[in-house]
Design a protein around this ligand. Structure first.
Ligand SMILES: Nc1ncnc2c1ncn2[C@@H]1O[C@H](COP(=O)(O)OP(=O)(O)OP(=O)(O)O)[C@@H](O)[C@H]1O
Ligand SMILES: [Mg+2]
Length: 251
């Protein structure tokens, strides 16, 4: 199972979902790989001191003799490994201009790992450029976090259009695993309205599990921990655990 976590809208909970879903999958005892494709490197920072990583996904994309296996490092959690990102990834589009196989690079690199990882989670940047396209081409499934906010659904048309394009040619197998509502506030009428609106658009693709607003979820990356070790008894931990169960059931 290779799951891309994507939404070109910024700050909707992609990274928070990627790091905690990867941790929950790893807790099931199977080797899990978290790939950070965002030049901001937030997933990487959540598990390692990025200054200690000699190589990053940027090198995998641009250096002929650097492969995915060469950049993977252990994360601070059992069964979890990380392919880190660096700000240099932001230069990638310019570097790969004219390379016909550019959208297939990640797929090829993942194939070369020969199923070493049972689960792969890919954290995408807030854009629909080459990095997100690489993730969509390489993935079996797509998980879309949508922030419970007034502008929640703005931009989803563009995302769905990109998914359709990827499905038409490079990756017909790509399946939308589901939509997860994040940063939800169930106490407000607006929160409940937005949830209903998202359900109207995505129907039963919306996961039953809703991630509510939680300070714990915001804090855990600063301590380089997932929510499961940082605050195991928090609602955030229970919610991401239950999202993981739904993911396994659907995949
Ligand atoms: N359930 C939550 N409750 C409270 N804060 C949250 C929650 N989920 C995410 N956040 C916070 O909201 C901010 C944006 O979340 P996150 O970084 O996961 O989004 P993103 O989609 O990856 O952003 P970007 O598009 O910049 O990569 C972060 O500061 C994060 O800690
Ligand atoms: Mg992010």
């Amino acid at each position: 199972m290779i799951i891309a976590i994507a939404n070109q809208k910024g700050g909707v909970g992609k990274t928070t979902t990627a790091i905690n879903l990867a941790a929950a999958l790893a807790m099931r005892g199977k080797p899990t790989l978290l790939i950070d494709l965002d030049p901001q490197g937030n997933s990487s920072m959540s598990y390692i001191d990025v200054r200690t990583a000699a190589k990053s996904m940027y090198d995998v994309f641009v250096e002929k003799d650097v492969h995915l296996a060469d950049v993977i490092v252990p994360a601070s959690q059992k069964n979890l490994s990380l392919a880190p990102s660096r700000i240099s990834l932001a230069k990638l589009e310019a570097r790969l201009v004219g390379e016909l196989d550019a959208p297939f690079k990640l797929k090829d690199e993942l194939s070369a790992l020969n199923g070493q990882y049972q689960h792969v989670v890919i954290d995408c940047p807030p854009a629909l450029g080459l990095l997100t396209v690489n993730a969509l081409v390489a993935s079996t499934h797509l998980l879309i976090p949508i922030q419970s906010s007034y502008f929640a659904l703005e931009g989803t048309d563009d995302l769905l259009e990109t998914i359709e394009k990827v499905r038409q040619r490079p990756n017909p197998e790509l399946e939308i695993l589901g939509v997860v509502i994040t940063m939800h506030d169930k106490r407000t009428a607006l929160g409940r309205d937005i949830k209903a609106q998202i359900k109207k658009v995505f129907g039963d693709k919306v996961f039953r599990t809703v991630i509510t607003k939680s300070v714990r979820l915001e804090e855990s990356p600063a301590y380089r921990e997932s929510i499961f070790t940082f605050a195991p008894d928090s609602t955030g931990a229970a919610e991401y655990y239950s999202l993981c169960e739904e993911v396994i059931d659907r995949a």
